[in-house]
Design a protein around this ligand. Structure first.
Ligand SMILES: Nc1ncnc2c1ncn2[C@@H]1O[C@H](COP(=O)(O)OP(=O)(O)O)[C@@H](O)[C@H]1O
Ligand SMILES: [Mg+2]
Length: 441
């Protein structure tokens, strides 16, 4: 490029100017339309997500049953089509403008080339340039234009992609809100007193409604505490605060007399074994599904078998064609699907993989049959000897095994005590118990 450029400068400097006129508009046009394309994509993010969601819903194993039974395919397809059509039209409008302007600007470039060529030819005819000059000049003008064009196109492509990279980097820059303090303490071993909730209030981010408010109670070290309460009472939220997935907005949570925020986050999580009601079904092998409860011990088969035994998942797994090496879930070809209750047993085994001082089961037994749930909780109670445990269930036969029961309502503690105490008090607990018991009489 430098040598062609010098040649042009020596013979016909203003050809360089013509070159710029021919190239710069195309480059600016390219950059402009790159930016527009990016903006279009960015603005349509919610719709694109919706499209992706509709596609998933219409075509995945998890939704297949309902989609068929409710005949949803047409509804989903129509909705997808309407939205996709709008997005397509917006894209097409932009693509048309881009093509139109691209043609105009490219024509300008070609025009520049011919103007330069005509000028050189004219000077040659006039006798200023020899045929050799003509060949050299037109050749270098053309080559220079091609080279510069390649360079500018490459540059604008990089710049266009950089717009998206910018988003990626701003995503990487998001700092987690819940972090350990620099001088964080290790979680005491053993926990001596337990947890104390002091007037805890919590709202989910961006939500007006208080999920928990004025919540005060104690979770003593070594006790088995059951949480009962109607849907939306705040049971799961309470557990999330205990595991520090969120920090309270009001009040505080103490562990052995110190704020939960003073402890090391990783250590705290390592000390809590929680299985949520919406636990994850990993489409991995049965053994790995349990192993994920403690990734460091993923290959410790002894430990995995032991955890499976405790959660009564061993019978389920032994019934699988490949046992612990059987791929479960239907995402992959050789996977075997499990029933809801079988999945739950495997998920509960995950909690036993951990060497956690605090064990929490948040309704992961809802799909277990009555006998299984009873046995799971019975074992849970036995195995949590010396550990602090929280169990959440709607079945009173399980709940009554706990040392103490906390009745939550509207994000606060309504009553607490043993099963007998709460029955004697005759509040919501007794009412709900009677309701359930009546169903079985
Ligand atoms: N991720 C969330 N974002 C916003 N609100 C939530 C979220 N999860 C739960 N809530 C709200 O918090 C309240 C308590 O919910 P939750 O603790 O899940 O109840 P429970 O487990 O007792 O059924 C409910 O009013 C619910 O709508
Ligand atoms: Mg819940």
């Amino acid at each position: 490029m430098v040598s062609f450029g010098v040649g042009l400068l020596v013979y016909a400097p203003w050809l360089i100017l013509l070159l710029a006129v021919a190239l710069v508009p195309a480059f600016i046009g390219e950059a402009h339309f790159n930016a527009l394309g990016y903006t279009l994509n960015f603005q349509w993010t919610p719709e694109r997500r919706q499209l992706e969601y509709l596609r998933q819903t219409g075509a995945s194993v998890e939704t297949a049953k309902e989609v068929k039974i409710f005949n949803l395919h047409r509804f989903l397809i129509d909705r997808y089509r309407t939205l996709a059509e709008k997005f397509y039209l917006a894209n097409r409008a932009l693509a048309r403008r881009r093509a139109l302007w691209g043609t105009v600007l490219a024509a300008l470039g070609t025009l520049g080339y011919y103007v330069a060529y005509a000028y050189i030819a004219w000077r040659t005819v006039r006798g200023d340039f020899s045929i050799g000059d003509l060949t050299f000049l037109s050749g270098s003008f053309m080559r220079l234009r091609q080279l510069l064009e390649g360079l500018l196109v490459g540059f604008s492509q990089v710049a266009g992609q950089a717009l998206y990279l910018d988003d990626l980097y701003s995503f990487f820059e998001i700092e987690p809100e819940i972090v350990s303090r620099p001088d964080a303490l290790p979680v005491p071993r053993p926990i001596r007193e337990g947890f104390v909730f002091e007037n805890v209030g919590f709202r989910y981010p961006g939500n007006e409604h208080w999920a928990l408010r004025g919540l005060s109670f104690q979770l003593r070290a070594g006790e088995v505490l059951a949480l009962v309460g109607e849907n939306g009472a705040g049971k799961t939220t309470l557990v999330k605060l205990l595991a520090r997935l969120y920090d309270p907005d009001e009040g505080r949570i103490l562990l052995d007399g110190r704020d939960l925020r003073d402890y090391d986050l990783d250590d705290l999580r390592a000390n809590t074994g929680v299985i949520f009601q919406d636990f994850v079904r990993y489409h991995l092998t049965a053994g790995e599904n349990i192993g994920v409860g403690r990734v460091e011990a993923m290959h410790d088969m002894e430990r995995i078998r032991d955890a499976a035994r405790r959660a009564m998942a061993d019978e389920v797994i032994e019934g699988l064609p490949l046992g612990y090496d059987q791929l479960v879930g239907r995402r992959f070809h050789s996977g075997v699907d499990l029933s809801g209750g079988q999945w739950q047993k495997i998920a509960i085994a995950r909690a036993y993989m951990r060497d956690a001082q605090v064990m929490i089961l948040d309704e992961p037994t809802a799909a277990l049959d009555a006998r299984s749930e009873f046995e799971v909780f019975q074992r849970f109670k036995e195995l949590s000897a010396g550990r602090t445990a929280v169990l959440i269930s709607h079945r009173f036969s399980s709940v009554r095994m706990a040392d103490r029961i906390l009745v939550l309502s509207g994000g606060r503690v309504e009553a607490s005590g043993t099963h007998e105490e709460l029955m004697a008090a005759g509040g919501r607990y007794a009412e709900l118990f009677e309701l359930q018991a009546a169903g079985y009489r």
